[in-house]
Write a protein that binds this ligand. Sequence first.
Ligand SMILES: Nc1nc2c(ncn2[C@@H]2O[C@H](COP(=O)(O)OP(=O)(O)OP(=O)(O)O)[C@@H](O)[C@H]2O)c(=O)[nH]1
Ligand SMILES: [Mg+2]
Length: 512
Amino acid sequence: MDAELTEGGPVGAGPVSAEPVVAQPAAADGAAAGPVGGEPVGGEPVVAQPAGADSAAAEPGETEPVVARPGAAAGAAAGPVGGEPVAALRRALVDLREAAELSATRLGPDPAATALMAAVRLEERLDRGVEHTIVAVQGGTGSGKSSLFNAIAQMDFAEVSAIRPTTDKPNACVWGEGAEELLEWLGVDRDAWIKRDSVLEEHIGEFRGLILVDLPDYDSAVQAHQLTADRLLPLADVLVWVTDPQKYADPALHQRFAEVARAHPGRANVVVLNQIDLLDPSEAGQIARSLTELLVGDSLPSITVASVSAVTGDGVAALRQELTAHTAHRTAGLRHAAADLVQAARRLAEDTSATQVDAAWLAAAVAAAVDALVAEAAPGGQVAPAVVPDAAALRAVCDDWAVTAMDHLPDQWSLALAYAVGSPVNIAARLTQALSVLDLPLLPGRMARWWRGKKVARERRAEWERRLRGAIEPVVDRTLARPTAALLADISKLAELTDRVAAAGAAAGGEL
Ligand SMILES: Nc1nc2c(ncn2[C@@H]2O[C@H](COP(=O)(O)OP(=O)(O)OP(=O)(O)O)[C@@H](O)[C@H]2O)c(=O)[nH]1
Ligand SMILES: [Mg+2]
């Protein structure tokens, strides 16, 4: 992109307003969103750095943004990041992968595939470092994303037009060094990003490490635009959602808010109501309040609404200041990675928490199944070993097993139980083989009734039952008990692994 670089003003008109017209940061505890307020986000004091105070990498007196040059060496911050939090997340990734494999074996590809994709994404991010904060500007077509991007960056870089859609590839502006690998990972072309390092720039200290990305419209008629927006969305550490007075209540927009926020609950979001220059101030306030209420309805109560005009610059200074709350401490990247990890673990662990390997239940279930099969093999006290066990009776035993096992299993694991235990046909084959070698006498009904009252008969019956039990028990053990115990052990193991992953994620700041 051959952008002409103009420093110091938002696109379109006039300098950036130093005074926000409609202040927007959230309440100090972050609980109540609202369009109006005076405190910095999250209660963090936002200290505006004097220009150049934190700009060791900048040349003295440098005032022009530095245009990225292909092949430029990565800065000092590039390359794999060390540090205990990152090392802990890497260890947790190993657990997450093991948990995903376990889940895939037992429950099928979903949600294991989602967890594995998250693991790949996280590893790729950790390999490229988490000191940078990726802030993605996204929203519907023509809402003013590129205009706002330019206004935040204080230069004309992204193309703005009245013709829709305009942006078809992501643009980026980077503050500070060492973002090349991340930009490549984000799929931002070499000629579509620019570096800002001006010592005179407001907030340069807090913005150092910020990668601001302007996305194509997600609601585009052009499918490639949607795909680009969708691909980049999970990679961003902070999302800036841009909407306008016409589309702020669009159900499709709110559905997307809710879906994306649900998928990444630990991630910071800022909602921007742009184009407030088209409204009178009372109207702007009303729409901002209405948007806030809609966000509460989307289950996003803690999202801040920033009211701005990318054209006049109203509210942009306050928005820039709010962004510094996410970028100043350079921890948003780590927090996002950690939160994604916690989320992936939680999804995998869904339905495992209620489960404990219950040895007493298993022993009782084995005894009940054996009793049922012995009774079946010696009906009415008559010893008549069934060479071919009755199919209906076997199915009843298996059904009983499944019903009681399911009481001890989380819902989604019931099907896994059906796969784990032997089918009645398999059990029948094994029983037939086990019983056929017993060679027990067959007494016809009348003889049996006469014989049953005799003491010697009772003793012989007890002995035959003992032999029956001895033949049946190993079959029940192999076909029902052991596979069920292994399944319960896997559920416990999955719960343990995912607990560990979630704890590691939470310790690294990824509390959801
Ligand atoms: N009045 C007014 N017009 C704006 C504002 N922001 C953007 N515009 C205009 O809206 C039109 C679209 O702006 P863009 O910044 O290209 O919008 P976009 O969201 O990037 O659009 P796509 O790249 O097509 O998705 C342009 O004509 C801008 O000048 C604003 O705050 N107020
Ligand atoms: Mg655009």
